[in-house]
Design a protein around this ligand. Structure first.
Ligand SMILES: Cc1cc2nc3c(=O)[nH]c(=O)nc-3n(C[C@H](O)[C@H](O)[C@H](O)COP(=O)(O)OP(=O)(O)OC[C@H]3O[C@@H](n4cnc5c(N)ncnc54)[C@H](O)[C@@H]3O)c2cc1C
Ligand code: FES
Length: 291
């Protein structure tokens, strides 16, 4: 299917909120699921977590970061433009049950993607503790919206400019002292954050789920690129996940596989960026010269 862009705006540096018209997906979406987008007819498939949806308005919301060529193309699309291909909802929905006290941690795009999980865990009767991890204060976003559905929200910044200083593992002892026992944790966002957070919760024996963001191509379990090893078993993040036990994921393998094409990705990014900026400058020059 295709999806018309309703909103595509940068909310903080390099985090964009994309609202798309997608009535079919909005009707069927569940927390933890994702979509695959192909921005234009020559674009790659890019998976994005559903950060919100409205069956009434027929819209879905995604928060995304410019990471390479396809996401760069997306940042340049405007309301009214149409996404070439949009597939979803994909992946298994997150396990939402009454666990007791649930800690939900988000970093980078996870500050947005955490919202439907928080809402669902709250509706299931849990005490929900939100935890935002960011490099610095000015890249914190979605705070007001999350506060509507969590009982408490902690913010941890690497430079200490807001809230607690450090990363999730450093914040955990303080949160545990304040909140008491945490029965379940779920992390979403950058891979490194999910890995160190899982190590942190392991020390405190907190069962932990991570929303795995491996490379993906088809998203249907056929190509094998999203392979992850969990507890010694091979899993495919697109159909068996994206949620896995963070204490059982083979993180070394995750990073090795994720970085396999970094040189090519960087080269393609530089090439397209120069081309696209060149085209933009040429248009501006032509306009100025009345061509
Ligand atoms: C289930 C899932 C949900 C995701 N949700 C979000 C989200 O809500 N918001 C968001 O900003 N990002 C999300 N990602 C990551 C996002 O898909 C990638 O950043 C994007 O595909 C990069 O594409 P690109 O062509 O711009 O960059 P590329 O040049 O292809 O890659 C740039 C960098 O992004 C990483 N990357 C590339 N392709 C993927 C991929 N398919 N999956 C994961 N990492 C990749 C590479 O390791 C590389 O470091 C998600 C990934 C998965 C698997
Ligand atoms: S993306 Fe191809 S098997 Fe998962």
């Amino acid at each position: 299917m295709k999806g018309e862009i309703i909103i595509n705006e940068e909310v903080v540096p390099n985090v964009h909120r994309l609202v798309l018209s997608a009535p079919v997906i909005a009707k069927r979406a569940k927390p933890g699921q994702f979509v695959i987008i192909i921005p234009d007819e020559v674009g790659e498939r890019i998976p994005f977590t559903l950060s919100d949806w409205s069956p009434e308005d027929g819209t879905i919301t995604i928060f995304y970061q410019e990471a390479g060529v396809s996401t760069m193309k997306l940042t340049r699309m405007k309301p009214g433009n149409v996404i070439h291909t949009l597939v979803g909802p994909l992946g298994r929905p997150s396990k939402i049950e009454k666990f007791g006290t649930v800690l939900l941690g988000g970093g980078c795009y996870g500050l947005g993607a955490i919202y439907p999980l928080a809402k669902a865990f709250k509706e299931a009767g849990n005490r929900v503790i939100g935890l935002f991890e960011a490099r610095t204060t000015y890249i914190v976003y979605n705070e007001e919206k999350l506060r509507e559905v969590v009982d408490e929200l902690y913010i941890v910044t690497a430079d200490g400019s807001r809230g607690l200083r450090g990363h999730v593992p450093e914040a955990l002892p303080y949160i545990l002292e304040k909140e008491g026992k945490i029965d379940y944790a779920h992390f979403i966002g950058c891979t490194y954050m999910m890995m160190v957070s899982s190590r942190g919760t392991k020390e405190h024996n907190i069962p932990t789920i991570v929303a795995m963001n491996t490379l993906m191509v088809d998203g249907t379990g056929m190509c094998g690129i999203c392979r992850v090893e969990v507890d010694g078993n091979t899993k495919f993040a697109c159909v068996d996940g994206p949620d896995f036990d963070g204490h059982k994921v083979n993180w070394d393998m995750v990073f090795a596989r994720k970085h396999a094409y970094v040189a090519e990705e960087n080269m393609a990014y530089q090439f397209y960026r120069t081309q696209m900026d060149g085209a933009v400058n040429k248009c501006a020059k032509n306009r100025k010269e009345g061509a």
